[in-house]
Design a protein around this ligand. Sequence first.
Ligand code: ATP
Ligand code: MG
Length: 761
Amino acid sequence: VMKIWIPCPHLCPWYQHFTGSAGGLTPVPMLQKKKLQSWFQLSNGDWELGKILSTTGTESVISPPDGKVLKVKTESLVPANPDILDGVDDLMQLSYLNEPSVLYNLQYRYNRDMIYTKAGPVLVAINPFKEVPLYGNNYIEAYKNKSMESPHVYAITDTAIREMIRDEVNQSIIISGESGAGKTETAKIAMQYLAALGGGSGIEYEILKTNPILEAFGNAKTLRNDNSSRFGKLIEIHFSETGKISGAKIQTFLLEKSRVVQCMEGERSYHIFYQLCAGASPKLREKISLKIASEYKYLRQSNCYTITGVNDAERFRVVTEALDIVHVSKEDQESVFAMLAAVLWLGNVSFSVVDNENHVEPLADEGLTTVAKLIGCNVGELKLALSTRKMRVGNDTIVQKLSLSQAIDTRDALAKSIYSCLFDWLVEQVNKSLAVGKRRTGRSISILDIYGFESFERNSFEQFCINYANERLQQHFNRHLFKLEQEEYIQDGIDWTKVDFDDNQDCLNLFEKKPLGLLSLLDEESTFPNGTDLTFANKLKQHLNSNSCFRGERGKAFSVSHYAGEVTYDTTGFLEKNRDLLHMDSIQLLSSCSCHLPQIFASNMLAQSEKPVVGPLYKAGGADSQKLSVATKFKGQLFQLMQRLENTTPHFIRCIKPNNLQSPGSYEQGLVLQQLRCCGVLEVVRISRSGFPTRMSHQKFARRYGFLLLENVAYSQDPLSISVAILHQFDILPEMYQVGYTKLFFRTGQIGVLEDTRNHT
Ligand code: ATP
Ligand code: MG
C-alpha cells in the first residue's frame, strides 16, 4: 500500500480537497483510489499508522495494521511521510516534521542499530543498552577520511576538529540528556576519536585514563543508571599547532556529596568505596584498617553492595593503574585510600547520651579510634569535635554540647567534607598531570557532560540547581540555533521578521534577578539566623508571584515553569544545603591532624569555614564573609562556563533513553517524546517550523516541478521565474514560502504537496 499524508488543515490548503470543499489545487484522482495512511493516537498516547478507509467531513474511518476499523476525528489525524523518507538520517529531510513522524523515524533507525540521527545541527543519540558495531579504529579511520558520513559522534567530533583548524575558533561539544541516556559514554566516544589524533607524549592516553578515575570517585549506582555521574564535567582538550593533543583541563560541577552519608534503598554510594573494600591488597587492608563493605553503616543503609556484571575488585585494579598513569604517587594513593577508610569508619561512630539534657558523646569504640588513627589526631580531640561546638560571644569563647541529631549532623558534615575535598584534590592532581606545556596554541575542544533536566515526584535543592543550569544551557542552545537560521535567511535575502521565536529569558530572570530572584532570596534567607525553609518559601510567594514563570504552592513548595515543563520544588533542606556549613571545630581538627588531610584541605579549608559566632550564623556577603553559599558558587561556575562556551563554536549532542529498564530493544514512545521536548530536539523542530525549514535551489525546483506547468514556460525562462510560476499555478499560499536569491524557502509540509502531485501526474 502506498503511504500518503493526510494534510493538516492548519498547514495545508490541500486539505480542502480532502474534505471536499473548493480549493486551489488540481484534484488528484489517484488519491481517491489508493488507501491513504496517517498517524492517529491510541488511548495510551502512542501514535500508530493507519490506512484511511473513508472520510466524511469531520470523521474518518481508519484501519491500523491489526485489521481493526476505527472512527476518528479527521482533524486529529496527523500527516505521515511517504515511504521513501523512512529512516532518513536527518529529521529535517522529513516533509512533515510532526511529533509522530519524528518518533517513528528515530524508532525506525533505532530498530536497525542506527542509534544516531541528525536533527538539523543537532545529533540525537539513542542509548542502545547493548554493544553496537559502530566504534573502533576502522570506524574512526572511515570518519577521518570521510568515507563514512552517516550521523555519528565521530562525525560531529571530526567537524569540530576541522572547524577549529579552519576558523581558528575553539569548539565545544555539549552533551545533554537525562540520567542513563548515555552522556558519559558519548563523551568517552568523542574523546576516543580525539585521542586517535595522537599527541606524541602519550598525553592522549593519560586523558583517556581520567575517565575510570573520575567515574570511580564521582559515579554511583542509582535507580536510573548503574553508572550515574553525580557531578557535571567539562574537559577542555588542547591542541598544538600541528593539530595534535597537547594537554587537557578538567572542571567539575556540584558533586552530590550527600550520597556519601545517605543513599536510597537499592542505590550505592560512590563506586570507589566498594572497589576499595573488594580490591585492596591484604597489606593495604591492614594498613588502613579496612573491612568488607557490609561492615560499614554508610554502605549498609541502602542494602545494595554489587552491580550486576561489574567486578569491583577488578575495577579497583584499573583505577589504581590509571592513578599511576596520571602520576599520582603510590604514597598519595595510599593517603587517598586511608581517607576513604576514615570516611567509612566515621559512619560507624555512634553516640550515647551523657547527661540529663540529652547531650551526647561518641562511644569510644573501634569506629572512633580507627578514625582518629587514620586522620592522625588523638581520640580526645576527635571526641570533642564530634560532641561540642565552640562559639564566640563577644570576646569569650563558650563551648556548647550537642544533642544526638546535632552530633550526627556534625559527623556527617565531616564525612561529606572529607570526601568532597578528596574529590577536588584528585581533580587537581589529574589536572597537574595533564597540564598543557609551554607550546600551547590556545586552541581547544571542550566536551561538556552535564546532568540533564530533572523532574521527579519530589524535587529538592539539587534539582533546583540542575534545572537552573539547564535553563542557561537551553538559552545558549536556542540562541545558537536562531543565529544559524538567521544567518541563512539573511544571506538569501529572506524577510527574517516573518519568523518569531520566544526565549526562556523570563525564567532565567526569575532565578537571577537581584534582589528579588530565587537565588538572591535564597541567599538572603540563608544569612538570617532565624531563617527556615518555610520563611524562605513564604518570601518567594510574597515577592515573586508576579513573575509568570513562578507559582506559589501549598506549604513549603513552589513551582517554576521551565522550558521543559513545570517543576514543583519542595524547599525542605534548601537553606541547610545552601549554607553547607562545616563547623569551626571540624575545620580546626582537620587542619591540625597529622595525615595528608591538611595538604588536601589547604585550598579548600578557607572556602569551607564558618565564622565562629553565636548560633548557626552565616554570612553570604560583606567584607568578612568567608564562604560563598552553594547556589552562589554554582551560579558563578555556571556564568564562567557560559562565558567559555560563548567563545566557542558549539556542537550539540542530545542523548535519549528509550526505556526505563536499561535494556536493549525497547522503545517507549511517550518516554522518548518527553525527552525530545526536554532536550530541545522538538524545539529545533519548532524553530524550523516557525521558520521555513524546507529549502530547495531554484534550479532544482524548476527541474523537478517545471513539467507540471500548464503553459509551456518552463523552457523559456530562468529557474527563479519558473519557480514562481509553479508556486502561482498551485496556489501555494504566500505565507507558506519565501523566494530567496538562490533558493526557495518553504514552511513544513509544502514540498509534500507538490511532490505528491508530481508523483501522480
Ligand atoms: P547520568 O546522568 O546518570 O550520568 P549518562 O547520561 O551519563 O547518565 P551513561 O552512564 O553514559 O548515562 O550511560 C548509561 C549506560 O547506558 C552505560 O553504562 C551503558 O551501559 C549504556 N550505554 C550508553 N551509551 C551507550 C552506547 N553508545 N553503546 C552501548 N551502551 C551504551
Ligand atoms: Mg554520566
